[in-house]
Design a protein around this ligand. Structure first.
Ligand SMILES: C[S@@+](CC[C@H](N)C(=O)[O-])C[C@H]1O[C@@H](n2cnc3c(N)ncnc32)[C@H](O)[C@@H]1O
Length: 265
């Protein structure tokens, strides 16, 4: 669905040639320069939860010591779906937010400015980000209790003010990443738009140097390169069905704390 939706950020997006569109589950997405939309048109919130909330569930499945900080990489901040769902995950599971380290990367940094100004507002303000939150909340409703928007906004402010959430700029080369990361949301557009991010050189380097011994990496694409770098890094490669029949997605994980050493010969 296109056209005016009454969001107060519409003018800011238009100025930068971004169109807001409503997806199938009524959650909004953005389409920069009339090209690729940021999310599946069947449901931006549904897709984000399917791909990235699931990565958090898997990472924490066997219990993770509360005393160890968890480093989450959100590559491609966009509208902040993945940051919101990470905080929701922490709140719903009563995990200690001060043990979260959230690293976002985004080349169009005006997106942070709009998001942060929404974070500072205490009431409802016809912001597109209210609907990003509402979309995620609808999709995750089946996961126990409701979490209120003001709790999520306050938690995101807490992370930002305490430098536990770093809003970084563009990635030009793999060495721009801080790492090592425990959970990775790899969501910075497709090879069509960003070919270098999907090359064997880039991903091989990323898997060799920017992941913790125990990690979960999720992305909406499934490629031969991903499979090769996963296997080369002693991790488990899982081809998952895509969201709503979209092409396959990938979940790569290395969850055993200690890898079996190779036998001596
Ligand atoms: C598919 S959208 C991300 C959607 C986002 N995860 C969300 O939850 O709304 C891809 C994003 O990656 C950003 N991006 C693309 N290339 C990038 C790069 N090299 N470094 C940082 N961000 C990049 C784009 O500007 C865009 O906002």
């Amino acid at each position: 669905m296109k056209g005016s939706m009454g969001y107060r950020e519409e003018k800011d997006f238009k100025l930068r040639n971004y169109e807001i569109e409503l997806t199938g589950d009524q959650s909004p997405t953005l389409r920069p320069d009339n090209k690729e939309s940021m999310h599946h048109m069947g449901g931006a919130a549904g897709e984000s939860v399917y791909l990235y909330y699931e990565a958090l569930l898997r990472f924490f499945k066997d219990g993770r010591l509360e005393s160890v900080p968890t480093r989450v990489l959100s590559f491609g901040f966009g509208m902040g779906y993945n940051e919101i769902l990470t905080v929701l995950f922490y709140l719903k599971n009563q995990r200690d937010l001060s043990q979260l380290r959230l690293f976002s990367y985004e080349k169009d940094t005006f997106l942070y400015a709009l998001f942060n100004s929404w974070l500072q507002e205490r009431g409802s303000s016809q912001s597109v980000f209210d609907d990003v939150f509402a979309g995620i909340q609808r999709v995750t409703l089946s996961f126990e209790s409701q979490t209120l928007i003001h709790e999520v906004k306050a938690s995101l402010r807490f992370l930002l003010e305490n430098k536990l959430w770093m809003q970084n700029g563009p990635i030009h080369s793999v060495s721009d990443f801080a790492g090592p990361y425990d959970v990775v949301f790899y969501d910075a557009f497709s090879a069509k738009t960003n070919d270098y991010l999907w090359t064997e050189e880039f991903l091989g380097n990323f898997f060799s140097h920017h992941l913790s011994p125990r990690f979960v990496f999720s992305t909406y694409a499934c490629t031969g390169v991903l499979k090769r770098v996963a296997l080369a890094s002693q991790s488990q490669f899982e081809k998952r069905a895509g969201f709503k029949g979209k092409r396959d997605s990938t979940m790569i994980s290395r969850l055993a704390e200690t890898l079996t050493p190779l036998p001596e010969i």
